[in-house]
Write a protein that binds this ligand. Structure first.
Ligand SMILES: [Cu+2]
Length: 561
């Protein structure tokens, strides 16, 4: 049924695209992109490849034609407005000039390198692209105006900065798009839709065929594709599902993608144990933990998998614990069937019906105390087809510490139930401690990496306003929703207590970036961490970020060290 719907949609889309291509070809002069400066052609190319975000969802690739989507982007402000460029005469190898006050800001006019006739590349509003038409009286006037303008010769009428931005932004976007496309081509399994099909479906808003079809398969080796064919000699459970260890990691690491499009029976051992751990540079705290760390491990599975949870309680104080998985369908999220007293092991199995990023936490009474003491983590349930490939993935959980200084042991903090009731935390932290993502242990990425953060909020009380200073979330899978199309270009995203979000962004400019809860006083309580983007290739991208004087941190600054 689903296949038939996809096929019908494809047929409709192809017809529409064919019509669009014809219409666009009449209005967009074919060689136009070929005579654009390389940077601008890059923008067009990136747009055809799914936009500057570098989605590998694609339109036509590699051809000399400027796609209508690329044309729109080129003219529609993402390039023009951001780059401070407007209408004018452009020759190959040079960026477009600054806006002409007398001209229509909706069009870019590009003169053919060796041709005397300028070509209208695109008009900003859709109506112009669709109906304004090349050869209209207005555009003929524009062409004449453009022809009359002096050649920009590296800067006549062009702000050098804007010119550099235009060139480099396009090239950078193209490089990233090509890199991701290369990865996608290398790793895309045979049964996945072709890029053209994928693009067509996504353009039609065919959500079910959109996100998730771009599979990640990173399992190397020869023989049958493990993505599509489980090992025939693999040990199986009673239902015939292959038995595999569940992907598991300690923060801020993330397990590798499952690399499967078939369900498996995953086994995860989790041990509850008490541990005295640093909670700030000055204090330690007696945490109740899963596997000895705060947060507990990130478990990675795939929708349709069966998760076999083996919970062993080794709490030295004899406190009973369990696990409530928000990913689990059934009473208590599994808490009643995973409850273990000291020395016990409880085993339960859960079929993961829903993809997404989910919190788990101990739900033994009193629940707020168990969560406050560090008993939480995340489960990532990949959608069918996996997640789009990125360069770096990180695991971060925010939480609050309700505590007072110990009167008995110097340097220790003691839990305060009253402060929890009053919702007055002493600390608000990432990954269990103030400073966990600072000093010698920041998150580390490399220039031009695409970064994905699996961000959870264990609470137990506060809502997080998660933000990264110096970047914009290109994609936000709000509240851990991996089914719906992600939100785009988000500055700050709300993450409720007991919730999660997945954010993605690119890192073209090297330097230090700050993760924080933008309820900004909480930075003084520890809700701050750093992402260090190491330079790569020597280009510091001054076209994007530049200054006359060298950067100086403000005195006492905690945000921009
Ligand atoms: Cu517990």
């Amino acid at each position: 049924m689903q296949q038939r719907r996809k096929a019908a949609t494809l047929q409709l889309v192809r017809a529409l695209r064919s019509q669009l291509a014809t219409t666009a070809a009449e209005r967009i002069v074919p060689p136009a992109a070929a005579v654009l400066p390389s940077g601008w052609r890059g923008i067009a190319s990136a747009a055809g490849d799914g936009g500057p975000a570098g989605d590998s969802a694609a339109g036509p690739r590699g051809g000399p034609f400027l796609t209508w989507r690329g044309a729109l982007l080129l003219a529609g402000g993402a390039a023009g407005a951001a780059l401070g460029a407007g209408v004018g005469n452009t020759v190959a190898g040079t960026p477009p000039p600054a806006p002409s006050p007398s001209s229509d800001s909706g069009s870019y006019i590009v003169s053919g390198g060796g041709s005397s006739a300028p070509a209208v590349v695109a008009a900003a509003p859709w109506e112009k692209l669709n109906g304004g038409g090349v050869g209209s009286r207005q555009q003929q006037q524009q062409q004449q105006q453009a022809s009359a303008l002096p050649a920009p010769a590296g800067g006549a009428g062009v702000r050098p900065q804007a010119a550099a931005i235009a060139a480099a932004a396009g090239q950078g976007g193209r490089e990233q798009a090509q890199r991701r496309e290369a990865i996608g081509q290398k790793e895309r399994p045979e049964q996945q839709p072709a890029p053209e099909q994928q693009a067509a479906l996504e353009e039609q808003g065919e959500a079910e065929a959109g996100y998730g079809e771009e599979a990640i398969v990173r399992i190397p080796g020869e023989g049958p594709n493990p993505f599509t064919h489980p090992d025939p000699v693999q040990e199986r459970d009673a239902a015939g599902l292959p038995l595999l260890p569940c992907g598991k990691s300690q923060a801020p690491a993330v397990p590798p993608p499952t690399g499967r499009n078939w369900p498996a029976h995953l086994v995860a051992d989790v041990t509850t144990i008490t541990a005295d751990l640093p909670v700030s540079p000055l204090h330690r705290y007696t945490f109740w933990t899963f596997d000895g760390r705060v947060p507990g491990p990130l478990l990675r599975a795939r929708v349709g998998d069966v998760l076999e949870l083996r919970h062993t309680n080794k709490d030295r104080d004899g406190v009973g614990h369990n696990i409530d998985f928000h990913a689990v369908t059934g009473p208590g999220g599994g808490a009643p069937v995973t409850y273990a007293e000291e020395g016990e092991t409880k085993i339960a199995t859960f079929k993961l019906l829903h993809p997404g990023l989910f919190i788990y936490h101990c739900a033994a009474a009193p629940v707020p105390t168990h969560i406050s003491n560090g008993m939480y983590g995340l489960v990532l349930v990949e959608p069918e087809g996996g997640l789009p490939p990125v360069d770096k993935e990180f695991y971060v959980v925010q939480s609050e510490i309700y505590a007072t200084k110990s009167t008995e042991t110097k340097g220790m903090l003691e839990y305060s139930y009253v402060d929890g009731l009053d919702e007055k935390p002493l600390k608000v932290v990432f990954n269990g401690a103030e400073g966990a993502l600072q000093g010698r242990s920041p998150l580390v990425a490399d220039q031009n990496d695409r970064v994905r953060i699996y961000f959870g909020n264990a609470g137990p009380n506060l809502i997080s306003s998660f933000h990264v200073i110096g970047n914009v979330f290109d994609k936000v899978y709000r509240e851990g929703d991996l089914v719906s199309p992600p939100a785009r270009s988000i500055q700050t995203t709300l993450v409720p207590a007991g919730g999660a979000a997945v954010v993605e962004f690119d890192c073209p400019v090297p330097g230090n970036y700050t993760l924080l809860d933008h309820s900004i006083f909480r930075m003084e309580k520890g809700a701050i961490g750093f992402l260090k983007v190491r330079p790569r290739g020597g280009d510091r991208r001054r076209d994007i970020y530049d200054s006359v004087d060298p950067p100086l941190p403000c005195p006492g600054c905690k945000l921009h060290p």
